[in-house]
Design a protein around this ligand. Structure first.
Ligand code: COI
Length: 357
């Protein structure tokens, strides 16, 4: 079912677009955004596209005090023949509703919001960059807007979609990154909100992340909260280990984000006949595999991070280099195939892409 065509208020003066080689990640925003509101009495309504502008909220809005919010991240890609493709956007809508459920927020109509998202992209088509490794990052989010300080779910919300032309998330692109295994802090615990895409999960990682950055690491690897032993995820992405020909990734236990790139990588690997197991894997085990010479590759997966090989880990003061800090064959094949499908350069046997007209 197609949603109605939303009302559009266009900007008077369009912004200058940045050069593709200046993009970085999440620094520039397009001319317009999508907005709709919810209140308990009437449900979701008033969908519209308006100029990209600041949002005015009551200082007592629930989002400011109790962090009731969810978000998503997906990308639009420009093909060589100037078509615009989205990668598995239905999965993002589905996950957004799962996050809403966890955060006691009202569900969205997935098909309808996806249709609105497509209308926004269609209006902002010229913002989709074309250089290798670039895309238009799409950030839908919902915030709790009711002015109320009592501890209860908000009765009012705002759903906003903003767009940002981006290059690669890491300045080094697909070159392997060094990762510090976090020993002091915890990202999430089973039964908490780790599986939801909500702001608190991310800001809880900032202090460990900034310490690691100062020490020269690109990211932090999070261990389970209880035994401080089992691998969970890297703040921006899920993580995979290739050991003796088999690819292992932590199983989804409720504290790990169910990544859409993670799911796609598992499907691709299985379609190539590479065994994949989703199971508990401890950091000791990884160091043992390395000692035995069995740890062949490690890579992270995410919408922003795409496929990002890991060059080294540091844990309890001991560093290990992986695959001589080179991009492994499986990581390379996954990167080429995934980005090839996303940008329409190669066939999409999985039917993952959707064109925006
Ligand atoms: C994404 O990959 O879309 C994310 O949301 C990660 C983000 C924290 C940069």
């Amino acid at each position: 079912m197609s949603a109605t065509v939303v009302e559009v208020e266009k900007v008077e003066k369009m912004k200058n677009k940045p050069e593709d080689d200046q993009l970085g990640f999440g620094k520039y925003f397009t001319d317009h955004m999508f907005v709709m509101e919810y209140c308990d009495e009437t449900g979701w309504g008033n969908p519209r596209i308006s100029p990209y502008e600041p949002i005015t909220l009551d200082p007592a809005a629930v989002i400011f005090h109790y962090g009731q919010t969810v978000f998503e991240g997906l990308k639009a890609y420009r093909t060589n023949d100037e078509r615009i493709l989205l990668f598995r956007p239905d999965m993002n809508m589905k996950r957004m509703n799962k996050s809403c459920e966890r955060l006691s927020m009202p569900p969205i109509d997935e098909a309808e919001v996806l249709d609105y998202l497509k209308q926004l992209i269609s209006l902002e088509k010229d913002w989709v960059p074309s250089s290798e490794g670039t895309s238009l990052y799409i950030r839908p989010f919902i915030i709790a807007t009711e002015p109320f300080l009592g501890l209860a779910p908000s009765k009012q919300y705002k759903l906003v979609i903003i767009l940002s032309p981006v290059g690669s998330y890491y300045p080094q692109g697909i070159q392997p990154v060094d990762i510090k295994v976090e020993e002091q802090y915890t990202r999430a615990v089973r039964g908490g909100t780790g599986m939801a895409k909500t702001a608190g999960n991310y800001c809880a990682t900032f202090n460990a992340q900034s310490t690691a950055s100062k020490q020269g690491f690109s990211q932090v690897l999070w261990l389970d909260a209880i035994e401080k032993k089992y691998i969970e995820e890297v703040g921006t992405s899920n993580v995979f280990f290739k050991v003796n020909g088999e690819v292992i990734t932590p199983e989804l236990t409720g504290s790990i984000l169910p990544g859409i790139t993670r799911m796609s990588v598992i499907e691709m690997l299985r379609s190539w006949g590479i065994p994949v197991s989703e199971r508990k894997i401890s950091i000791d085990e990884v160091y043992e595999y390395h000692q035995e010479g069995a740890l062949e590759e490690v890579f992270c997966t995410g919408t922003a991070a795409v496929i990002s090989p890991v060059g080294a880990f540091e844990w309890r003061g001991t560093s290990i280099n992986i695959n001589d800090k080179q991009i492994g064959d499986v990581s390379r094949r996954l990167y080429d195939t995934l980005t090839g499908i996303q940008t329409g350069k190669i066939a999409d046997p999985f039917h993952w892409t959707t064109e925006v007209k």
